[in-house]
Design a protein around this ligand. Structure first.
Ligand SMILES: [Zn+2]
Length: 80
């Protein structure tokens, strides 16, 4: 059956799409964002903050808690 194969292919395609999209959606909600920490002021920023890519923000944290564990404190502007 040609139609049956096409349906199976379409479902597989949707599954692949879901598997690609879902982690992105979950990470947007969860705490798996990449934060940048200012190595001089020991303040960390979330993506989108105007200080996110500052010259001293060379520390990278995969999660808010990791930044806090490293001794950084949240920025007052972006409130990560
Ligand atoms: Zn900030």
């Amino acid at each position: 059956m040609v139609t049956g194969k096409w349906k199976a292919g379409a479902i597989a395609g949707w599954l692949v799409l879901f598997m690609l999209v879902m982690p992105v959606m979950i990470s947007a909600e969860n705490d798996s964002l990449v934060y940048h920490g200012n190595t001089k002021s020991k303040i960390f920023h979330r993506p989108g903050c105007r200080y996110y890519n500052c010259s001293s923000c060379s520390a990278v944290f995969h999660g808010r808690q990791k930044a806090i564990d490293a001794g950084y404190r949240p920025c007052r502007v972006c409130k990560p």
